[in-house]
Design a protein around this ligand. Structure first.
Ligand code: SAM
Ligand code: SF4
Length: 410
């Protein structure tokens, strides 16, 4: 009883903080040259354009596509700017993620140039994972061949649902038959490594219809499946929780029976090979620095926390003036940095204390003793000599919280 009360207090206080959060965090005057290091990093490139705005989505996007051409040229110029500022260092990458918005709308010629440019600016790990987020409507059989040709080796497909009626409720005017046709082509082309995003929590969905969607994703041999609870505003969230929780638990069981390993609060991989390198690199423990290209995203780089300019128009202007287009950048002290890693690390269900100590020289449990003890007494985490584990009963809440953190920061 007390534990439930404390859990509710902790979760609602985090939600309240997110709601009241001010974006105008004090910035420092650090330059791009100062933050670039030779430490291996991961790269996220944001493409903020979409064909339509789905009615549930709060990601940073733009349906006025007039600026696509200019934006793509600016992405290339931003990569040049990084090259220019790194003359004395070899920049290394371990994974690349093209997200959005809808990066599968990037004209193929630009996509080819962008990938070639990234590979010329950075020393990339052998067989580096390059993920492209795709709206199924923007995929065609020949685009799949071109993706393979230019080096994209992982697709993340925003299926959301295999039912036309539910897609209509989402404000996604696409026929489920088309999604299945594209996935059949992906299977025929032996594009092995792909993810399917599914959302649960719309009025027309229930446990049975969601399990049918999961079965369809399994039938298409998705190596990776991501399950997102529908995130609405903080206030309207509470009443949907019990229905969503049943859907989540039923899906977890089904995926487990079919050999999928759950490695985060929302990610399931058929094999370690199919894990998403980018997310684990950026937010797991130990985490890599994050090079951000384009608008909107946020991350950590060389002891700083930063986000990119949110307006597409302003981004273009800044790049054309040879300026590094950031929104804020803030030096974080090591203790804050450890807390950030801990919070994001919990998204991956457990944080290995020993690996943490080896990499960062600190016992995270000793450093954040009181906060962790409070979470332990509230029944949210378990602490062993080796690990901090998010209790299974908290995975669903964690997945909602993670979604909210993402949406509030983007
Ligand atoms: C940038 S979008 C994916 C690519 C592409 N734009 C698409 O929609 O197919 C990333 C994913 O976030 C998820 N998402 C977006 N808005 C959401 C919301 N309000 N609640 C839960 N998941 C959401 C969707 O599953 C979506 O596929
Ligand atoms: S879900 Fe995807 S396509 Fe829909 S608005 Fe969001 S980013 Fe755009």
């Amino acid at each position: 009883m007390i534990q439930k009360y404390l859990q509710k207090k902790i979760y609602s206080s985090i939600q309240q903080r997110l709601k009241n959060r001010k974006l105008d965090i004090e910035s420092s005057n650090v330059t791009l040259k100062e933050v670039l290091t030779s430490e291996p990093a991961t790269l996220y490139l944001h493409f903020p354009f979409c064909d339509i705005a789905c009615n549930y989505c709060r990601f940073s996007k733009n349906i006025n596509q007039k600026l696509i051409d200019e934006y793509c040229q600016c992405l290339l110029k931003e990569l040049d700017l990084i090259k220019k500022n790194s003359t004395d260092k070899t920049l290394k990458l371990t994974s690349i993620y093209l997200g959005g918005g809808t990066p599968s709308l990037i004209p193929i010629e630009y996509l080819k140039q962008i990938i070639a440019k990234i590979k010329s600016v950075f020393a990339c790990k052998t067989n580096i994972q390059i993920t492209l987020e795709c709206h199924p409507q923007s995929l065609h059989e020949d685009s799949l061949d071109k993706f393979i040709e230019i080096g994209i080796n992982r697709l993340s497909i925003g299926v959301q649902s295999f039912k036309t009626e539910i897609l209509n409720e989402m404000g996604r005017p696409i026929d489920a038959a088309y999604i299945k046709k594209i996935l059949t082509s992906i299977n025929e082309k032996e594009f092995y490594n792909f993810n399917i995003d599914l959302i649960y929590g719309f009025d027309k969905q229930n446990v049975d219809s969601f399990l049918e969607d999961i079965q369809t994703a399994i039938n298409f041999k998705a190596g990776h499946i991501t399950l997102y609870p529908l995130i609405k505003s903080c206030q309207s969230q509470e009443k949907d929780n019990s229905k969503q929780l049943k859907m989540y638990n039923a899906a977890q069981n089904k995926l487990k029976q079919h050999g999928y390993n759950q490695y985060s609060v929302e990610d399931f991989a058929r094999d370690n090979l199919f894990k998403m390198d980018y997310q684990v690199d950026a937010w797991g423990v130990p985490s890599k620095d994050l090079i951000l290209i384009g608008t909107s995203a946020f991350g950590a780089l060389n002891g700083y926390f930063y986000n990119k300019e949110r307006s597409t128009q302003k981004y273009i202007e800044q790049i054309n003036n040879n300026e590094w287009p950031i929104g804020f950048i803030k030096k974080v002290n090591p203790k804050q940095e450890h807390l950030r890693r801990l919070i994001f690390g919990m998204h991956y269900i457990e944080v290995d204390r020993l690996i943490y100590k080896k990499k960062y020289g600190v016992d995270i449990v000793k450093e954040w003793r009181w906060a962790l003890l409070f979470m332990k007494l509230s029944g949210i985490i378990k602490i062993t000599d080796e690990k901090i584990l998010l209790k299974e009963s908290q995975w669903f809440k964690g997945s909602k919280l993670w979604g909210q953190i993402l949406f509030e920061l983007l």
